[in-house]
Design a protein around this ligand. Structure first.
Ligand SMILES: Nc1nc2c(c(=O)[nH]1)N[C@H]1C(S)=C(S)[C@@H](COP(=O)(O)OP(=O)(O)OC[C@H]3O[C@@H](n4cnc5c(=O)[nH]c(N)nc54)[C@H](O)[C@@H]3O)O[C@H]1N2
Ligand SMILES: Nc1nc2c(c(=O)[nH]1)N[C@H]1C(S)=C(S)[C@@H](COP(=O)(O)OP(=O)(O)OC[C@H]3O[C@@H](n4cnc5c(=O)[nH]c(N)nc54)[C@H](O)[C@@H]3O)O[C@H]1N2
Ligand code: SF4
Ligand SMILES: [Mo]
Length: 715
């Protein structure tokens, strides 16, 4: 017999983009089990091992619950009013003395997984009026947003692969079997991938590593890092050259066909074959298969956006879907109809209104590329950043040349971090303001419903109440905004002024596309497993945000950027080896990343159950590359790049392409002064001590993590 004190709490996991429904069995106030919620209409019972670790974060003795001040005697707990008022006055003093831009802000990835942060973080940016705003966007999906802005008129109008209905799924630079899908929220992507094959469809993966996703694909093709732009150009070339373009109804609302056709004309499969490492016949076949499939979709994720031609790659992917008629139709790349339409509410994304002070990099949508943050702190002069606010981010481990940023943060006059841990970044803060986390928060995926492969909506109440001395992220923002406005807060941090996240969600739902049919927060609260709002629907041209309601196929910015492709690859009538594959200054290997199912960027390594087992922070190298360098399996090797060096164990495997080394990111927990007892024991090294802050996609400013040139020795 089940005791009466046992019950099940239903909620959505907020750790990654997949939006899995959880069923959490409780006995009194204790978690007994975390299972997949089979009744969740979206995820249908799928979960991964990280979900179980939500309870580890909740119970983690290292997690902060009260504000902390760094003193010469170590960290001391302080009250909320004291902390908030001191932070506000330090930030305002810095701005009064050195101008608004002297305060910089970095927003990390978990912000988009936190409903309170999504609704309230803009307010603090507005209050600070600084141009030095940075986020994890520019080490991730910036090219997607940049391209969406210029082609469809809005940075968040991102086409999502309709994996439920496609017959041909061409994946470049994504590993959904490890990442659980990104800009493709799917709640159990394996089920959908298997569904494609079950229907007789085909999955083709292009990746310099034979990844976990290669295991479920029909075909895997190696590609030299950074050369996808050429593959995509050659596929388009073939489609035009062989008369396979059939945009169907899309032709009625697209500008720029001739410019597109002309711009791909030089890139025949024969011409790009050597630089990509893919046989010309294979490229021809891929283009023909893609064009012939009844319903096809091309999708490229971080392996494509984190590279030197990230912007062009995302542009060309959209073009491939458009010229074959696969944009905005079932089984192709589609736009969602989210219950809360944050696309409509958010800024479309302006470009180049200001530039970074030191390197002159342009802003996009109010942000500068984070690759320039360290030099903005380290370079003296007018407008130098002297104080930082970091929120839910760990840029020391997650941004290029993190070692330089580490040094830079240590030199600040003042830093505040809104974070639950003292980690590699937040250890530099003078004050840490810790919010509630995960299971203590109510949840609604404002962003990920916009990026999901199926329309649905779900609200999750908090599982655990916050302790009286804890505060939610949104309450911390509100208090900071009030104090920055000159009204100090009291210990309760109560503010009568603003609505709560729940009230804002309710409004968003009522005014959203399903509001007229009765969707509201109360309605969602009555449906703890979530509601199914149906498959994706065609939405063009109405959904376009361009002034003329037409898709811009060939914005000048993209056409002009092709000159960079010419300069780097020296494409001509004859096939040339890739510039990237030639050695320069002894750097003879190209570095790529690697995600693991049991990691979540840098911040879940303090969960014992997620780090247990063999060391995952290794470099993968091809047997031939190891042999020519005289290296042996499992030995420690040293990797060097222009910016730094790390030593870590070697794993030899022909799953990685010749000439390529693969190292995961988010490790390197051995820096002094952190409070992450478990992570410190399995520290690993940070790949971002090797990645280069000047190696960027020059078009968008996104970091180019793929293809960083390194050397590897047994020393
Ligand atoms: N378990 C786990 N899940 C996560 C995360 C995590 O850290 N761990 N992080 C989350 C986040 S923040 C994100 S943004 C998503 C990312 O989700 P994905 O985009 O699926 O990320 P990755 O697994 O890194 O897959 C990128 C793939 O690109 C390949 N690649 C590298 N360089 C190149 C190249 O030049 N060309 C091509 N064609 N391929 C290349 C890599 O080998 C790798 O297989 O994952 C999310 N989910
Ligand atoms: N070389 C290389 N570098 C990469 C990548 C790669 O593939 N290769 N991937 C990149 C990608 S895609 C991303 S998104 C970035 C991620 O980069 P970041 O966002 O900078 O780093 P995270 O590791 O996600 O750190 C998240 C922080 O948020 C805190 N946190 C967790 N939950 C909450 C919360 O609810 N509220 C608050 N306030 N804090 C919270 C955690 O304690 C942690 O300090 O890394 C990027 N860096
Ligand atoms: S796949 Fe992502 S959303 Fe699903 S359980 Fe794992 S971490 Fe949570
Ligand atoms: Mo990301």
């Amino acid at each position: 017999m089940i005791p009466q004190t046992t019950h099940t709490h239903y909620r959505t996991c907020n750790l990654c983009e997949a939006m899995c429904g959880l069923a959490i069995d409780m006995h009194e106030q204790r978690i007994v089990a975390i299972r997949g919620d089979a009744a969740d209409p979206f995820s249908k019972g799928h979960i991964c091992p990280k979900a179980t670790a939500l309870q580890d974060v909740y119970a983690d003795p290292d997690r902060l619950k009260t504000p902390m001040r760094r003193t010469v005697h170590g960290w001391q707990a302080i009250g909320w009013a004291e902390a908030i008022n001191e932070v506000a006055s330090k930030l305002r003093q810095t701005q009064a003395a050195h101008g608004n831009n002297a305060v910089g802000v970095y927003l990390g990835n978990p912000n988009v997984h936190n409903v309170g942060s999504m609704l309230f973080s803009a307010s603090i940016i507005k209050a600070l009026r600084s141009q030095n705003i940075f986020s994890a966007t520019s080490v991730d999906q910036l090219p997607h947003q940049f391209v969406a802005r210029h082609m469809f008129g809005h940075q968040f109008l991102l086409p999502i692969p309709d994996v439920e209905r496609t017959d041909y799924f061409l994946i470049l630079g994504a590993n959904p079997m490890a990442s659980n899908g990104s800009l493709m929220t799917a709640g159990g992507i394996e089920r959908h991938l298997k569904g494609i094959k079950h229907r007789g469809g085909k999955i083709v993966l292009i990746d310099p590593r034979r990844s976990e996703t290669a295991d479920v694909a029909n075909e895997h093709i190696f590609i030299k890092p950074n050369s996808d732009v050429l593959l995509l150009l050659a596929m388009l070339h073939t489609i035009f050259a062989e008369g396979l373009a059939k945009p169907d109804r899309l032709a009625e609302f697209c500008n720029g066909w001739d410019a597109v056709r002309a711009s791909v004309a030089a890139y025949s499969p024969h011409v790009v074959s050597a630089a990509t490492g893919i046989a010309a016949e294979t490229i021809l076949r891929l283009a023909r298969e893609f064009a012939a499939a009844p319903r096809a979709v091309c999708y490229g994720r971080v392996g494509l956006s984190m590279q030197r031609f990230g912007g062009l790659c995302q542009w060309l992917i959209n073009l491939l879907n458009i010229v074959t008629g696969n944009l905005d139709r079932a089984g192709g790349a589609m736009f969602t109809t989210p219950a809360i339409d944050m696309v409509d509410g958010a800024r479309a994304g302006k470009f180049g209104r200001w530039r970074s002070r030191v390197r002159g990099l342009p802003e996009f949508a109010g942000e500068l590329p984070v690759a320039t943050l360290a030099e903005e702190i380290l370079t003296a002069g007018d407008g130098q950043i002297r104080a930082m606010v970091t929120v839910a981010g760990n840029p020391v481990l997650s941004t290029p040349n993190g070692g330089q940023l580490d040094t830079a943060l240590a030199s600040l006059d003042f830093m505040v971090a809104i974070d639950i841990y003292i980690n590699e970044t937040t250890r530099h803060a003078h004050i840490i303001l810790p919010p509630t986390a995960g299971l203590e928060c109510e949840h609604y995926d404002i962003i990920f419903h916009v990026l999901a492969i199926h329309n649905s909506a779900k609200y999750s109440p908090p599982l655990f109440a916050a302790a009286p001395d804890q505060r939610h992220d949104w309450q911390i923002y509100q208090a900071l905004v009030q104090a920055l406005g000159g009204s100090p807060v009291d210990e309760a941090m109560s503010s009568a002024k603003s609505m709560t996240p729940a009230q804002l969600l309710d409004l968003g739902l009522r005014y959203g596309p399903y509001g007229a049919s009765g969707l509201s927060l109360d309605k969602l609260k009555a449906e703890p497993h979530g509601v199914d709002l149906g498959p994706l629907q065609p939405r063009l041209p109405e959904r376009l945000f361009t002034p003329d309601k037409r898709i811009q196929l060939a914005p000048d910015l993209f056409l002009n950027d092709l000159a960079r492709v010419q300069a780097v690859f020296k494409i001509s009538e004859v096939s040339e080896p890739s510039e990237a594959s030639k050695t320069s200054e002894g750097y003879d290997l190209m570095l790529i990343g690697r995600r693991h199912l049991r990691s979540n960027n840098s911040w879940m390594h303090n969960s014992e159950r997620l780090v247990r087992g063999k060391d995952r922070c290794t470099v993968l190298m091809h047997p031939h590359d190891a042999a020519t360098r005289g290296l042996h399996p499992q030995q420690t090797v040293t990797i060097k790049s222009r910016v730094g060096q790390v030593s870590l164990p070697l794993e030899i495997s022909d799953d990685v392409m010749l000439g390529v080394g693969s190292v995961p990111h988010g490790w390197g927990h051995d820096r002094a002064g952190t409070r992450l007892q478990v992570a410190q024991r399995q520290a690993g090294v940070s790949i971002n001590d090797l990645t280069d802050e000047v190696f960027l996609d020059d078009l968008t400013g996104n970091a180019a993590f793929s293809g960083v040139q390194v050397s590897v020795t047994g020393l």
